[in-house]
Write a protein that binds this ligand. Structure first.
Ligand code: HEC
Ligand code: HEC
Ligand code: HEC
Ligand code: HEC
Ligand code: HEC
Ligand code: HEC
Length: 341
């Protein structure tokens, strides 16, 4: 939560006792000044009333599809944060990026999914294809953390941040890291307010993204056993990240990566033909959207080269079916793009 929001917290508690009109006036007065980022970012803010309600009994202000028992904690209109977010992000609102399977939003866009992929279930169940929502994980892989239950706000700030995709700076507490991405189509050419369905597809589809820095460092805030100080050449725990494909002495084929044809490269993931679309990479020193997308021998590997942040069609949220059973044609495709054995 931003400082500005924390500052007005007592105000919101007080507004429960006021009339709706007076309360809305207080909230309008308390709205963050420009420069404070918001759910849909500074240029395109979202009304408080999309998520909070002051008088649940109010006819006009009542959400179309009311959940009985509200308003809930923090005057929210849904009983859990995940329910609140999925109210729009489950595919029912064509302007809000769909993060819950089945996803049809990106069909015909040229991309198979968004940058984050998607969750299999809305919560309460373990999912082998990525992160679980509302399910207590006794142990967390590559992490010293135990008994963690994730919801949307474990990773995103509902009120927005200046980070890429409003991710929290400190998802595991402590000082955290800021996550950067090149300016994307959405930020450079902001859609109207509210955004349109077509603009949202263009903004959130995977190929619109260009990674600059700290996306992997952000993941290791929670998966702390993969921090670069811990996952070292002398004590290797997992595949390295934030290293260039053409590093000296590496068992990689950077010319193959740059050419983008042959073993590993293809059009569709999960079909009978070997090869998947080019994996994601990071460009250190990128200054804009175009430079963050330049394929080069020194492109760097990131967690997102292999994993989708929400999850997807394949085990462990992997981008291609590396661990899936049944001997799929694309089993080794991702590895081959860089290693070409
Ligand atoms: C996208 C949904 C969303 C929007 C829009 C939104 N909020 Fe929130 N708000 C939340 C959620 C979720 C929480 C609970 C956060 C948590 O539990 O960490 C919250 C919590 C709060 C709190 C309590 C903070 C605390 O620390 O307990 C205040 C105050 C608040 N919101 C004010 C506002 C105001 C004012 C606006 C409009 C300017 C607004 N919110 C817009 C989702 C939203
Ligand atoms: C807020 C803490 C948190 C952050 C941030 C986080 N993770 Fe996780 N991760 C977890 C927890 C908890 C689990 C174990 C339960 C589960 O599968 O959701 C997990 C499990 C996983 C798994 C195993 C999934 C499976 O299906 O078995 C992968 C892969 C993973 N994380 C990758 C990532 C990547 C990549 C990022 C960065 C985009 C990331 N994580 C960021 C908390 C986090
Ligand atoms: C484990 C952390 C984590 C959790 C939990 C999580 N997200 Fe995300 N989310 C991310 C990251 C990281 C990205 C950016 C991925 C990228 O583009 O590389 C992202 C991207 C998004 C996007 C942009 C569109 C897209 O699909 O790329 C939306 C919308 C979103 N998340 C909503 C949600 C909602 C709603 C929930 C809960 C149902 C949720 N997230 C839970 C980490 C998380
Ligand atoms: C009232 C509908 C609505 C609700 C509720 C809602 N969202 Fe969104 N969200 C949207 C729309 C529409 C967009 C895409 C357009 C935009 O960013 O303005 C969006 C965009 C996002 C993005 C991408 C922001 C960016 O520009 O990178 C994230 C992340 C996200 N939502 C997370 C959440 C989380 C977490 C919650 C719950 C706390 C939530 N949303 C609740 C409608 C909603
Ligand atoms: C080059 C591809 C690649 C990169 C880069 C990569 N991973 Fe993985 N990751 C995998 C594969 C493949 C597996 C499945 C490993 C297996 O079981 O053989 C995996 C498994 C995992 C697991 C689950 C482990 C378990 O036993 O449940 C987590 C958590 C995880 N990765 C997190 C991360 C994070 C965080 C990053 C970035 C710091 C990252 N990975 C970078 C390919 C990669
Ligand atoms: C985006 C490019 C990229 C992808 C995809 C990729 N790698 Fe790598 N791989 C590298 C780079 C760069 C290195 C050198 C850095 C290092 O030592 O980890 C490397 C190193 C390795 C090493 C040598 C580790 C050592 O101790 O010397 C192995 C083994 C490996 N990768 C296996 C895999 C497997 C298996 C996959 C698929 C699951 C995979 N890689 C996918 C880029 C990639």
């Amino acid at each position: 939560m931003s400082r500005a929001m924390t500052d007005i917290c007592p105000v919101l508690r007080a507004v429960g006792r006021l009339s709706t009109a007076a309360a809305l006036a207080v909230l309008a007065f308390a709205s963050p000044a420009s420069g404070v980022y918001y759910h849909d970012l500074a240029r395109n803010r979202q009304p408080c009333g999309d998520c909070h309600t002051l008088h649940y009994s109010e006819e006009g202000g009542k959400p179309a599809d009311v959940e009985p028992g509200g308003p809930f904690q923090q005057l929210l209109i849904r009983s859990t944060t995940t329910k609140l977010c999925l109210f729009c992000h489950d595919g029912s609102d064509p302007k809000a990026p769909d993060v819950l399977a089945p996803i049809s939003m990106y069909g015909g866009s040229g991309d198979e999914h968004s940058g984050a992929g998607f969750f299999d279930t809305s919560g309460g169940a373990e999912n082998i294809n990525g992160h679980d929502l509302g399910f207590e994980a006794a142990g967390v892989p590559f992490s010293s953390r135990t008994s963690v239950t994730l919801n949307c706000a474990s990773c995103h700030d509902p009120h927005g941040t200046s980070n890429y995709r409003n991710v929290l700076t400190s998802p595991a507490g402590g000082s955290g890291v800021e996550v950067q991405m090149a300016r994307d189509v959405f930020r450079d050419v902001p859609p109207g307010d509210p955004p349109s369905a077509g603009d949202s597809i263009d903004a959130y589809k995977e190929s619109n993204e260009g990674y600059q820095a700290a996306t992997s460092l952000w993941c290791v805030e929670c998966h702390d056993e993969l921090k670069p100080t811990v996952n070292t050449p002398a004590d290797r725990k997992h595949h390295f990240v934030d290293v260039p494909i053409n590093g000296a002495g590496y068992p990689t084929d950077s010319a193959h990566w740059v050419a983008g044809v042959g073993s590993g490269f293809g059009v569709t993931t999960g079909d009978a033909t070997e090869g998947v679309p080019r994996l994601r990479f990071q460009v250190i020193g990128a200054v804009d959207h175009a430079t963050a997308q330049l394929v080069a021998a020194n492109n760097e590997v990131v967690c997102g080269s292999c994993h989708l942040a929400h999850g997807g069609n394949h085990e462990m949220g992997l981008v291609w079916p590396y661990k899936d059973s049944g001997g799929p044609a694309d089993k080794d495709s991702g590895c081959q793009q860089c290693h070409n054995y």
